[in-house]
Design a protein. Structure first.
Length: 481
């Protein structure tokens, strides 16, 4: 029997047939991929280079996986109690509620209910179609047909190539920084200006999210059960670039989720903020709740330079101990009074009270857009502890596959994998430009140049902020006589 015919048999809707074939699916997939590579199924003529062929083959590997598979659940008393508690049932839970608790990676409450109505669930070999069926007693075996792989976007490899061609800057490209093919996880760079995963802001738009590009970049894992698609395991703001941890196997996804929950995965960020928060080399710790939840951030001052707009600019190294939404941005602005450069105007204005306390009552300078308006916050490093996964081979990591312009530092020890990306060149350029502008203002500026570190009472009556883009002759004529 051909490999394609065997794989078709494994995708049968009969549980008895499919369950017997699950163990051999990976061998069949390998045979299928070998047929594809020797035949015309994969159109490699559309790829102009070896790197592009790898990207195309990754997408083809995900598309070649069976659309459905069967998951078996052995019902326990603990599982029944958890389902009743999760859905606030007094004594017992429905079958679909049990599935939502037992298989959270595959079912929500609504999707589990639909699976029962569609006849995709069997209890002890009997098909169930009534969604109001009660959960079976402990010891029963429940088999459910689940979606195995999500559809791959049409022409995804070409769209990824087009996106990466927009900029030669490493931080602006979707690229692999570290890849453990055997264990089924990787670290991938996310550019700024892109959502990490699907959210309401993306509905009805043609723009792809970061997660939707990933099938074109990395193949399914060599061992273990694969996810429905490569899945990001944490958040990164829309305006922030940096490394993100991605799982391609279910075992790796569970292990990474647990590591994030107990805070054993550490992340490092780099930021440039308005004003000064301390001397170079000084370390600070910010502990302030966000949305009613405990939030803690550690930071170190790396560099302080003079700036004509904010008095000073400070480059900070930040380590979030907790992972609240916009934690670093809120702690810098609201708690330290030092908003990140090019922060949203509302967040910038929220830094006024803390700015006044830090600068002896001085007024907050006006909001100023620097450069192209990019937020000067970037994730630069992530430390992942060793994952305890059950696969037959330890495997070796593939670092920065197909990434010739990127320079990435990856350090792997017996306990931790550290992946570091270069800080954007825009950080150095901003600090250098601020110093040059300050020197020019000091040597050539008008005498009424405002000092934003001066107390508010002393700033009254000062002339308006001069327009430094105006020629010097016109600036002199515009002065009151």
């Amino acid at each position: 029997m051909e490999a394609s015919e065997q794989l078709a048999a494994c995708t049968s809707t009969e549980p008895s047939v499919a369950c017997g074939c699950i163990a051999g699916i990976h061998h069949l997939l390998a045979a299928l991929l070998e047929q594809f590579s020797s035949g015309d199924e994969v159109n490699k003529s559309s790829c102009s280079s070896g790197d592009e062929i790898k990207k195309c083959s990754s997408g083809e590997e995900w598309a070649a996986l069976p659309e459905f598979r069967f998951e078996e659940v052995l019902v326990t008393d603990e599982m029944l109690g958890e389902a009743a508690l999760a859905f606030r049932r007094a004594e017992w839970a429905y079958l679909y509620q049990l599935l939502a608790v037992a298989l959270p990676h595959h079912f929500s409450s609504s999707s589990a209910r639909k699976a029962v109505r569609d006849g995709h669930v069997h209890v002890d070999g009997s098909q169930v179609t009534e969604d109001k069926t009660a959960a079976p007693l402990a010891g029963a075996r429940v088999v459910a047909r689940v979606c195995s792989v999500d559809p791959v976007v049409q022409g995804l490899a070409k769209r990824l190539q087009t996106y990466n061609a927009q900029s030669a800057r490493p931080e602006a490209q979707i690229r692999i920084l570290f890849h453990d093919h055997d264990a089924g996880w990787a670290v991938v760079n996310k550019p700024a200006g892109m959502h990490s995963n699907l959210n309401p802001c993306c509905f009805g738009k043609q723009t792809l999210t970061f997660q939707e590009y990933l099938p074109a970049l990395m193949p399914p894992p060599r061992f273990g059960m694969h996810c429905r698609a490569p899945k990001v395991c944490h958040r990164l703001d829309f305006r922030v670039s940096g490394p993100m941890v991605v799982a391609t196997s279910l075992d790796a996804e569970r292990a990474l989720a647990q590591a994030f929950e107990v805070h054993t995965i550490r992340k490092e960020y780099r930021a440039i903020v308005c004003g000064s928060v301390g001397e170079v080399g000084e370390t600070l710790q910010v502990s302030a709740p966000i949305d009613g939840l405990v939030a803690e951030t550690q930071l170190e001052v790396l560099r302080v330079v003079p700036c004509p707009f904010f008095g000073k600019l400070s480059e900070l190294r930040l380590w979030p101990v907790t992972g609240r939404r916009q934690q670093l941005r809120k702690h810098c602005a609201i708690e330290l009074g030092a908003a990140i450069v090019n922060e949203e105007p509302a967040m910038f204005e929220a830094s006024a009270p803390a700015w006044a306390l830090r600068h002896d009552g001085a007024a907050l300078p006006p909001w100023k857009k620097r450069g192209a308006g990019r937020l000067f916050l970037q994730a630069v490093q992530i430390d992942v502890p060793r994952l305890n996964l059950n696969h037959p081979c330890d495997g070796s990591a593939d670092a920065a596959r197909g990434s010739k312009v990127a320079t990435t530092t990856t350090t792997t020890t017996t306990t931790t994998t550290t992946v570091r990306a270069d800080v954007s060149e825009h950080f150095t350029e901003l600090l250098q430009n601020a110093e040059r502008c300050w020197d020019w203002q000091r040597d050539n500026c008008m005498a009424d140049f405002p000092n934003h570190n001066m107390p508010r009472q002393q700033q009254k009556g000062m002339a308006d902020f001069p327009n430094h883009n105006m020629p010097r002759s016109k600036k002199t004529d515009a002065e009151p006589k």
